[in-house]
Design a protein around this ligand. Structure first.
Ligand SMILES: [Zn+2]
Length: 364
């Protein structure tokens, strides 16, 4: 079974808390069971959010807008006022932010610039779930057309949905010690996004690494984890690490390898902490010949990827990605994008990183 086709082709968009996400979790669990592994679900409660497509009119003209997850609602109008500019997470572009202000000069909504991709993508703001103001995303090209004083009509109509359940899918490959290396990838997708590259590819990568390791005599154990709800502020991996923390079991995790967007993208990204693990990852990439094939981008394991919570809790962690790509978070993120060479290279590197940490964990 290829999980890219199963998750992105057959199930399609699978936002956190949706029935499709539950179906995706079952599909991943089935694929892990097919490797002969014991599989469990780590369930957690979730306040869900159902986004509506934002309705945006600027100077009487309809513009594309992407929903900001967990935004509070708004239906009204005002004038554009630029409130500042942030740095793009990739490259050296800038991301302007705009307020929509009412006749009294009060901010009533926000228009943010999509940090990645070419279009107006679904994303989240830097605010947490409960404080996100009425917000929509515009494309970078449209952000450049926004000028102070322009008249805006905006409708943000998302709904908070209590009582949802989400689940991380966990499979164990037993080794000689209960110290283990976590190999993870998130299986959820964004609103309307089939998420073939982001991140059915990573989940299929975890499956392939599991297939390579199952049945082998391993010095330490391996835990395959398909994380839920990554697209809403890394919620599944956050829950996973918090549970280890409160049970006093975090020191059993010798290392973490995260795969996110591994089958199509412009550059090979290695995001690792501490620096000793980044050096090791870079050397492994070199020995596999990947530095001859790809431009390498490096950074810490923290930020918008599931390795974040491990790294911030002093677990050596690394994320492997090919990034960026134009279809990110859009309806065009479909299985046909998959470049099997990039895919296999990322899986080979992921496997080498797991093997290296199984025999010789990085010490923090
Ligand atoms: Zn992702």
């Amino acid at each position: 079974m290829n999980l890219v086709d199963a998750l992105a082709g057959e199930i399609g968009p699978r936002t956190a808390g949706s029935d499709a996400a539950a179906q995706a979790a079952e599909t991943v669990a089935g694929a892990f069971r097919d490797l002969g592994l014991d599989v469990g679900f780590q369930e957690f409660h979730l306040l869900g959010y159902e986004a509506d497509e934002p309705q945006l009119e600027v100077e009487g003209e309809r513009w594309d807008a992407g929903p900001c997850m967990y935004a509070h609602t708004f239906d009204g109008e005002g004038a554009v006022r630029r409130i500042g500019v942030g740095k793009a997470p990739v490259g050296d572009g800038l991301l302007p932010s705009f307020a929509v202000v009412d006749a009294g000069g009060h901010e009533v909504a926000r228009l943010l610039t999509s940090p990645f991709s070419t279009g107006a993508i679904p994303f989240m703001s830097s605010h947490t779930h409960i404080t996100t103001p009425p917000t929509a995303f515009v494309s970078r090209a449209d952000a450049e057309r926004l000028v102070d004083g322009m008249r805006v009509r905006l409708k943000i109509g998302g709904r908070f949905v209590p009582g949802r359940i989400e689940r991380n899918v966990i499979a164990e490959i037993p080794g000689r010690s209960d110290q283990h290396v976590v190999v993870g990838a998130h299986y959820d997708s964004v609103w309307h996004g089939p998420g073939a590259i982001d991140n059915a590819s990573g989940v299929e990568g975890v499956r392939r690494i599991g297939e390579a390791l199952a049945g082998r005599d391993l010095e330490r154990s391996v835990r395959l984890v398909a994380f839920a709800a990554e697209e809403i502020k890394l919620t599944g991996s956050h829950y996973y690490v918090d549970e280890l923390q409160l049970r006093g079991e975090l020191d059993r995790v010798a290392g973490m390898v995260n795969l996110d967007c591994i089958a199509f993208g412009e550059q090979l990204n290695l995001l690792a902490s501490p620096s000793a693990l980044l050096e090791r990852a870079t050397e492994l990439a070199r020995s596999l010949g990947l530095l001859d094939r790809y431009e390498l981008v490096t950074g810490p394991a923290t930020g918008g990827v599931d390795s974040h919570w491990f790294a911030t809790n002093q677990v050596p962690a690394v994320t492997v990605l090919h990034f960026p790509y134009d279809e990110y978070h859009l309806t065009g993120d479909v299985p046909a994008l998959v470049d099997e060479r990039q895919f296999e290279d990322a899986v080979a590197l992921g496997l080498a990183l797991v093997e290296s940490q199984l025999s010789e964990p990085v010490v923090i």
